[in-house]
Each structure stands twice: as C-alpha cells, then as structure tokens.
Design a protein around this ligand. Structure first.
Ligand code: PLP
Ligand code: COI
Length: 341
C-alpha cells in the first residue's frame, strides 16, 4: 500500500499495511535486541501458546502531526507500563519500558510518510503486542514470546466522526470480578465479539457493560471508558477494578481539573444515576471522546439533553483541550508529549 493511495479525510478505522514494523523475540529467558522488518506475516508453530490458550496482550496509542509539523506520540510511557501489568497477569515476560518507547519511535520514524497530515482528521495508530510463540499443550505459559509494533493510518472509530452514538446495555458480561478486565488481553476482546455483533445487528453502535457481580454499576464499553457530566457541570468518571485504566480517561481527569477548573468525581457510578446526567461520552485512544446521545436498556431509552446532533458543551471543551494538547495547539503538561521528529 502506497500512502499516496490513501484518502486521509475519508479514512475509516481500518488496517493499511505500512512500510516497516518492529519485532523482538524472547528466548532462553531474555529479549533479543530486535529491529525493524518489512515482513508483515508471521510463521508460527501450530501449537503456539497464543493459538491454543490465547496468551496475547496488546496496546494502542497514536502518533499525531502537530500544527508546527512535528510528529509526536501521547504518553507512551503509560502504555509501556500498562503492557508490563498485562504481561505479569498472563505470566508473560515484561518488555522494558525504555525499549517499548524506542520501538514505537522507530516504527513511527520508519513510516513517517503514513502519518496523516495535520488537520486531516486522521492519525497514525500504533499497535504494540506480544504473544506466546512456542508450543504448549498442557495449560501453562509458553517459554518463548514475540513482541511486535506496527502502525496504520486511521480515521474516526465511529463512522459519524463526532456525532453522538447510541449504546445498549449488554446482557453479556465483559469481565469477572478478580478476572482480567483491568489488563489489555486479547481474550477480553474475543469474548466481546458476540456481544458487539449482536448490538450492531440490533442497530446500536456500542455496548455498555455493567459489573458482573451485581449488574447495577457502570463498567465500560468493549473498547472505551465512560465519562458523564452532571447538570451542575462536574465530570464524573466510573471506576472499577475490572475496567481498563484508560490513559485517555486519566488524562481527561487532569485536563478537567487543571485546564478547565471543573470538579471531578472518580467513583462507582450506578446505572440508576445516569438518567440525571447532562452529558455522556466514551473515551479512549481509538474513540478519542465520542459523545453518547442515547442509552437503551431493554426498551427503556435514556436520552441526554445534548441530543443526537451535537456533543454536549462540556464534552466539547474536554475534546478540544485534549486534542489541542495532542496536536500541539495547547501547551501540554510536562512529560505528556514524546517528540519523534
Ligand atoms: N477500555 C478498553 C476495554 C479499551 O480497549 C481501551 C483502549 O485502549 C480503553 C478503555 C481506552 O484506553 P486508552 O485511553 O488507554 O486508549
Ligand atoms: C484503543 O483505543 O487503542 C483500543 O485498543 C480499543 C480498540 C477497541 C480499538
């Protein structure tokens, strides 16, 4: 795929093969140096740990072209740390933080022509991942692993861009108490596929998962955390030990307090409460902030006052400030922006 065949303004959230990717193997208890390759396919044992017991974890972050023409990534240190947490939980080797950031940097540099132009609405999505590559037949961790990073230019995660979406409350659970919901393991996404296909078949954009134990508290969607704005303009973000600790959500909490002077509540949020909120959105690297216009719970509709045409005013301020920081229009807090070139 040549980058000159890509129509940046109309890109969806899909995969386009780019020029180079990073690969490193873990063998005999140590990571080899690894490096860039043009080879985009992988040859594996038929009995590899990833194929038999889903031993795979991943990350997602973006590279942005800024207003002044640089290429930057947003808080890659937090992705590196989260991947270490994921690795520990699935008995995989840790890929060191500094080397994670170097690998991401090398992949972006090698594919700079695929980083969409400033103002096009598209960005360069990076996918670091790791999987068990050696054979396992008894249920146990693999002995050998591969860490890879590739990148692909992407447009908005939801087709309408920043138009409000409709969400349904899922009858399926995403994560068990004391399970793996807080890490970025492939298995969490495999088990959400039936739920998301069902939601799409019923005309909804996404699922809202509730806590599996009581089904009374808000967890998250299949790929983003929730945020709410109260009628008196406080930001409320649901917390739970079984949701992924979104880097976007953690950044927005800081932005809300320090840039917008908002009060913020990080706490358990009951489904019962949401009819009283003024605004709702979902946030994540892929979703950025996508406004939610309506939540449907078995026929009962909860419509947010901001409606189905526009983002609510506070959601919009959060969106503009966050994307302003990411694209260099607004000064970032110390350490948030990693300049690639
Ligand atoms: N929740 C889930 C289940 C996700 O897959 C993601 C995406 O990474 C998020 C939340 C958002 O996290 P982040 O903001 O770190 O991308
Ligand atoms: C991300 O936002 O990076 C994710 O991994 C979410 C995924 C659903 C694309």
């Amino acid at each position: 795929m040549e980058n000159n065949k890509l129509d940046w303004e109309n890109l969806g959230f899909g995969y386009h093969k780019t020029a180079k990717r990073f690969v490193a193997n873990f063998k005999d208890g140590a990571w080899e140096d690894g490096g860039l390759t043009e080879e985009d396919t992988i040859v594996l044992s038929e009995c590899a740990g990833v194929l038999q017991y889903a031993q795979t974890i991943f990350e997602g972050l973006k590279a942005y072209r800024t207003e002044d023409g640089r290429i930057v990534t947003f808080r890659p240190d937090l992705n590196a740390e989260r991947m270490i947490d994921s690795a520990r939980r699935l008995e995989m080797p840790e890929f060191p933080k500094e080397r994670f950031i170097e690998a991401v940097t090398e992949v972006v540099k090698a594919n700079a022509e695929f980083v969409p132009p400033y103002g096009s609405g598209a960005t360069f999505y990076l996918r670091p991942y790791m999987f068990g590559s050696s054979p396992v037949i008894g249920v146990k961790p693999a002995d050998e692993y591969q860490f890879r990073v590739f990148g692909t230019p992407v447009g908005p995660y939801f087709k309408g861009g920043v138009k409000p979406i409709t969400i349904c409350v899922s009858d399926f659970d995403r994560a068990a108490p004391h399970g793996t919901g807080h890490i970025k393991a492939g298995l969490n996404y495999a088990m959400s596929l039936h739920a998301i296909v069902s939601a799409h078949n019923n005309g909804y954009d996404e699922n809202m998962y509730l806590d599996a134990a009581t089904r009374t508290k808000i967890e998250e969607t299949g790929g983003a955390n929730f945020l709410f704005v109260t009628k008196d303009n406080k930001l409320v973000v649901p917390t739970s030990p079984s949701i992924l600790p979104s880097i976007t959500r953690r950044s927005l909490v800081y932005v809300a307090k320090e840039y917008l002077g908002l009060e913020v509540e990080e706490r358990e949020v009951y489904f019962e409460e949401i009819k009283d909120f003024a605004e709702c959105g979902i946030c994540g690297t892929a979703a950025v902030i996508s406004p939610v216009g309506k939540i449907v719970n078995h026929g009962e509709e909860i419509c947010f006052p901001a409606g189905m045409e526009e983002m609510g005013p506070t959601t919009k301020k959060l969106y503009d400030t966050l994307t302003g920081i990411q694209m260099g229009r607004i000064e970032a807090p110390e350490g948030w922006i990693h300049v690639i070139e």
